[in-house]
Design a protein around this ligand. Structure first.
Ligand SMILES: [Fe+2]
Ligand SMILES: [Fe+2]
Length: 290
């Protein structure tokens, strides 16, 4: 497997969030797909990811309800949702190339039936708009690091290209939610520890809930869904793919969203300690698998 970490080039477009994606599924060289280079564990993880990406439409509805009087943010959220669904479309197509028996429609129906969002809520399930936006930042931390890790771990050229493009989008999405979070944070006067608690809560949910269920629905194992069991199965296939640079960048982005300067002494210490905990966790899961 390729183990080269590439430098992220996060574009910073003038005027804030670039509303249109700079690429489309037609830009991908699908003819270069090489079935001999598909890693079965990565394929399983990508089947789960395409479920989550396709579900972003519902998140747009939810965000527009929560930010019902903020037309500017609503417009950005709709543009964001279009990009996320595009991620789902290209990942689905790659899964269908890698596994012609992959039945996306069946899996997605099961996923959306079991993972229901509060679409008509006019207040955030996190308790405030700032907290909602911190949680959205953390989701983008998770996706940007996930696709960066897959890009660097996979040898399959089409998947490398897809993940390079998607990772770029996810870093930009983080900036979108971070910029809006800063705007609301100044009004709501949210403290660092409250912000950190929101970020950590969302991080723990990521490792234990939606992704595990998407992974389960995408791969349709014969046994009934068990949240903890399938959460560990998903983590065993994905955590070892992350390199140190991916993990440290993700921790720094998390701290920044919580309100701490990652370059501060505390920020550097937490980045180091968090990276160590992550590696120990990935190592213990690998041992449990063998
Ligand atoms: Fe995405
Ligand atoms: Fe995203």
């Amino acid at each position: 497997m390729s183990r080269v970490v590439r430098e992220e080039r996060v574009s910073n477009p003038p005027g804030g969030f670039r509303r249109r994606s700079t690429w489309s599924p037609n830009d991908i060289s699908w003819g270069e797909f090489d079935s001999t280079k598909v890693d079965p564990d990565i394929l399983k993880a990508i089947k789960g990811a395409c479920m989550v990406e396709h579900h972003s439409d519902d998140y747009v509805t939810y965000l527009c309800s929560v930010f019902h009087d903020d037309e500017s943010f609503q417009s950005e959220a709709r543009a964001w949702g279009i990009e996320e669904v595009q991620h789902g479309i290209v990942l689905r197509r790659w899964c269908e190339l890698a596994d012609p028996d992959f039945d996306f429609d069946h899996s997605f129906r099961k996923f959306t039936a079991g993972h229901i969002l509060p679409l008509d809520s006019n207040h955030s399930v996190r308790g405030s708009r700032t907290k909602e936006l911190i949680a959205r930042c953390i989701v983008e931390v998770g996706t940007s690091s996930f696709y960066s890790a897959i890009r660097d771990a996979s040898d399959e050229p089409v998947l490398q290209d897809i993940c390079r493009r998607i990772a770029g989008d996810e870093f930009r999405h983080y900036k979108l939610f971070y910029a809006n979070m800063k705007r609301y944070r100044s009004r709501e006067a949210l403290g660092f520890f409250t912000g950190l608690a929101v970020a950590l809560t969302r991080l723990l949910e990521s490792s234990d809930d939606e992704l595990a269920y998407a992974y389960y629905c995408g791969n349709r194992p014969p046994e009934p869904y068990k949240r903890r069991y399938h959460g560990r199965a998903y983590a065993r296939r994905t955590l070892p793919l992350y390199q140190r640079a991916h993990v440290e960048r993700a921790i720094m982005m998390t701290l920044k969203a919580a309100g701490l300067r990652p370059q501060s002494i505390l920020g550097r210490w937490l980045t180091h300690a968090g990276g160590l905990v992550f590696r120990l966790n990935a190592w213990s899961l690998t041992l449990a698998r063998n």
